[in-house]
Write a protein that binds this ligand. Structure first.
Ligand SMILES: *Cc1c(COP(=O)(O)O)cnc(C)c1O
Length: 449
């Protein structure tokens, strides 16, 4: 369930009309709902109550400080993938001791930073990485808590760019090799084998791959726990959300266990399937959901600049672009698009496109949409995860503003980037500057590497 819905013909986020946000903050604009964030976190947390568990929100899905702070206050831990993300957690008032550090390419600097901040576990993706962590821990006089990421070789049946749990991809260590890796790692004195981790992919809409993977990994975790005295098993993230008919999914009936609800993976289905298998383990269970927590909690609001009819097509050209929300271009992703002011009348098959000179710069193709014109506003729903975090300055377009709604309260949680800031760290080398314009001191300026 989420908090974007029509009231009096106007799309609202919680109690705030989107139109008023557009007037105040301009477009493109990301709008997030505190209530949806909180509700999704708590629904999952409550469904898992029979287990000793910790939800570690995957920061890469949305790292806005206000989002992180909201979740930290609910007791969330965090799954981070870089020094930058750990610094964000600290800046947001989160607890590094509730953080797990994932990723196949952690640098020495990042590992040292994480160890100095006493993070809960570094989730290791290869043996060379274990050795690197050991060396760093030894140098700085620490014992590094680690878990190895096991690749259970289960196909998540999701998009090729977001499937991670088979031997076709770069993640984790094959399940057959795990025992040997732990045996060797147990000899390294500056490592503490704290757990076992897995993550099979993202946007899973059925529970079966989760069940298969957990069934494969639980006996292994048992065995390793007996040998090495673990604390936890992490079953990763990946719970899918509704993208099609996202508006309707805001209606309460979607969360009940009705036949319609079978079309999405609810926290109850997820928990009821996995709890009986995980209950047998004397370990804490960690989860790393990103999209599930924040995906439906955000929308990208955009203004219609032009409507262009060619022989066959109706193009709705908007002021948001692939640099603001890359998911359609990158993953062929679907986002439901609705007008901010509800429109009556027949719909027209439309291509919703951005202004960038790339044919990948589109949000929808041949989508039945109400007739819109210049100055109308559209909302791209379910854009809270992997939206603003993947934005770039392509075409020297500034990063867009973000607001957080809480009931009838609204806060600007990221200012629209001033255009000059886009090139603030660039410089022009001396030899391109005419002599008479050079600084009178005569000192040579050195171009930054
Ligand atoms: C991306 C990722 C997640 C989060 O995935 P979602 O599909 O957003 O839940 C969790 N764990 C790891 C290791 C990841 O790489």
């Amino acid at each position: 369930m989420h908090d974007f819905r029509y009231s009096g013909g106007q799309l609202h986020c919680e109690q705030v009309p989107i139109q008023s946000l557009v007037e105040q903050f301009g477009t493109p604009l990301y709008v997030y709902s505190s209530h949806t964030l909180t509700d999704h976190f708590q629904k999952l947390d409550q469904a898992l109550a029979p287990l000793d568990h910790l939800i570690c929100f995957a920061v890469k899905a949305n790292s806005n400080l206000a989002v992180l702070r909201t979740l930290a206050q609910l007791g969330s831990g965090f799954d981070i993938v870089s020094e930058g993300e750990l610094r964000r957690i600290i800046a947001a008032g989160g607890d590094p001791r509730k953080c797990v550090f994932a990723g196949v390419g952690k640098t020495e600097r990042e590992i040292e930073f994480a160890l100095r901040h006493d993070i809960y576990s570094i989730n290791v993706e290869s043996e060379p990485e274990l050795l690197r962590i050991h060396q760093i821990a030894k140098r700085i006089g620490k014992v590094a808590p680690v878990a190895v990421r096991v690749n259970p070789n289960v196909d998540a049946h999701t998009h090729a760019k977001i499937t991670t749990g088979t031997y076709e991809n770069k993640f984790g260590i094959a399940i057959e090799q795990i025992e040997g890796v732990y045996a060797r790692a147990s000899k390294l004195k500056h490592l503490r084998l704290r757990g076992l981790q897995m993550h099979i992919g993202s946007q899973l809409t059925e529970v079966k791959p989760f069940r298969l993977a957990v069934e494969k990994v639980v006996p292994l975790a048992q065995k390793l726990h007996a040998r090495h005295g673990f604390d936890f098993l992490s079953i990763g993230g990946g719970i899918g959300i509704v993208y099609r008919e996202a508006l309707a999914s805001g209606l309460p009936r979607w969360w009940k266990e009705t036949p319609e609800a079978g079309r999405i993976l609810t926290p109850t289905t997820y928990a009821n399937t996995l709890i009986p298998i995980l209950r047998t383990l004397p370990l804490k269970v960690l989860l790393e959901p990103g999209r599930f927590i924040v995906g439906n909690a955000g929308a990208l609001i955009t203004r219609v600049e032009f409507v262009k009819r060619t022989g066959k097509k109706n193009f709705v050209i908007v002021d948001a672009a692939m640099n603001d929300l890359i998911r359609p271009a990158f993953y062929d992703a679907y986002h439901e698009i609705v007008p901010v002011k509800r429109k009556a009348g027949a719909s027209v098959a439309s291509d919703v496109v951005g202004p960038i000179c790339e044919s990948g710069d589109y949000f929808a193709k041949d989508r039945p949409l109400p007739k819109v014109g210049e100055g109308d506003h559209l909302a791209l729903l379910s854009a809270g995860a992997y939206g603003s975090v993947m934005a770039s300055n392509y075409n020297s377009r500034p990063l867009v503003a973000e607001v957080l709604i809480n009931g009838d309260l609204c806060a600007l949680v990221r200012e629209r980037q001033p255009i000059e800031d886009i090139w603030q760290h660039e410089s022009v080398p001396d030899w391109l500057i005419p002599k008479k314009a050079k600084r009178p001191t005569g000192k040579r300026r050195i171009a930054r590497p």
